[in-house]
Design a protein. Sequence first.
Lengths: 115, 363
Amino acid sequence: MSEKGEEKEAGAQDPFAQMVQFYDDWTRAWAGAMSETVKSKGFADTMAQQIEGGLSAARLWRRQMAEVMEQSLQQMSLPTRKDVSSLAERMTQIEMRLDDLEAKVDEVLDHLKAG
Amino acid sequence: MTAQEGGYTPEQVERGATRYLRGMKAVVDSLDVPVGLTPKEVVWTLNKTRLYRYVPTRPPEERHPVPLLLVYALINKPFIFDLAPGRSFVEYMLGEGFDVYLLDWGAPGVEDRHTTFDDYVTEYLRRAVRKLRRVSGADEISILGYCLGATLAVVYAALYPEVPVRNLILLTAPVDFTERPAGSLSMWLEEERLDLDRLIGAFDNVPGELIRTWAKMLKPAENFVGAYVTLWKQMDDAAAVHGWQAINRWVEDVIPFAGAAFRQFVVDYLRGNKLIRGQHEVQGRRVDLANIDASLLNILAEFDHLVAPSQGETIMEAVSSSDKELRIIPSTHVGIMASARARHKLWPQIAEWLAARSGAADV
C-alpha cells in the first residue's frame, strides 16, 4: 500500500487523525499566507500597539503594588525588594573582587614556581 | 454505527481518545523531562553564572589538547547542547575526544537588571576563560558560540586579542543588522515600534515569556499548531516523543533577559549596528573585528527566522583570520543544533573541522 493509502487507512480508524490531516491541508493553504501577514509592516505596527497597551497597564499595576508592598514591609521592619536586590548587587561586586584576587594569587604562584 | 457507514466504532473512538490523552500527557510531562544529563562538574561560579567541565569519556592520550568552551545565548537555557543521551552535542564531542566546558549564564534576577550586554563579556566571559585555562592547563582554547552566545564570543575575541583563541565556531551569529528582513525580530524591535524605556521600566528585566512569544509569532502556524501535530505523528515512537519533549522543554523553559543587556543589544548592536561598523566601544576600547585571527568556522541556517543569513555572513570580511570558512546549511535556528540532520551531518563536520585544528603540535 502506498504511504498516502496507509495514512488514509489510519485516518479512517482514528478520528483525531482527521484533525491532523486537516492541519496538513490547512498548513498548505494558510501557513504561507500567515507568514506573509506577520512579515507586513501593518502587523508589526499592530503588535507594537498591543505591547504598548500592555506595558502601560503592567507599569501602573507594578508601581502601585511596589508602593503598597514597600510601605507594608517598612512598617514591619522587613527589607524591601530594593534592599534585597541592592544587597545582592553588592555581593556580586565582592565575588568579582575575590575572583580578581584569586587571579593575582595564581599569577604570583606561577611566578614563584617559575623561579 | 460502523466505520463503513461513515462514522467510527466505539473502539476507534476509544483508540483515538487514548492517543489524544497520551499526547496531552507527553506535552505536560515535557516540562519536567530530564535534560542535561551528561556528567559534569562546576569549576567556577560568579553570581548566577556557572562554568561546567564535562567528565571526559576518552583517556587523556586520546584527547585533543585544546579545550572547547561552549557559550550559549542569553535567551533560553544552554541545555540545547545536551538535550538527552543520544541527542547531546556535548556527549558527541566528548566521544570525539574534546575536553568540553560550558558557560551557563543562569537566570538574571532583579539585582542583575543593570548588567549590560558588554558586561557579560568583560565581567563574566573574560573571567570564565581565565579559569578554564587555569583548570585545563591549556594555553589556547576553542570557543563555540550559538546565537547571541556567538555574538558575545565575537566581542570577546575582538576585545582580548592577547588571549589565544585558536578556533572560533559561530552558529547563527547575529553581528550585522544592515538588513532587517520583513517579519524578523529585528524589524519588530525598531525604534518606532518598541519603547525600551517603557518595556524595561515595566519589568526591570525583559520577561522570557515575551521573547518566546515574539519568536513564536514569527512562524505562528508552525509554532502554535505544527509542533503539536509533529508530536501526534510521532506518538508511536518512544524515542522520537522523548526527543520532542526535550526540545519542547527547551522552548518553554525561558529565562528573563537582563534589562540593561537587552537595551544595549537593541540600541547599540541592532539599531546602531555598531559592531560590524567598527564603532562599538567597551570600556573605552574599540571592538575591532580585525583583531580576530583565530581559525573561523561560521555556520548559518538558510531557513533561520531569527537570524537571517545576511546578518551573519559579513563577519567573514571583517576578521583577519587567514583560515576561515562560511557554511550555510539547509536548516533552521534550532534545527542547526537539535535536529536529526544536525546529529548525523553537522556535528561530525564540526568535530572534523575542530579536530584538524586542535592538535598538540601547534600548542
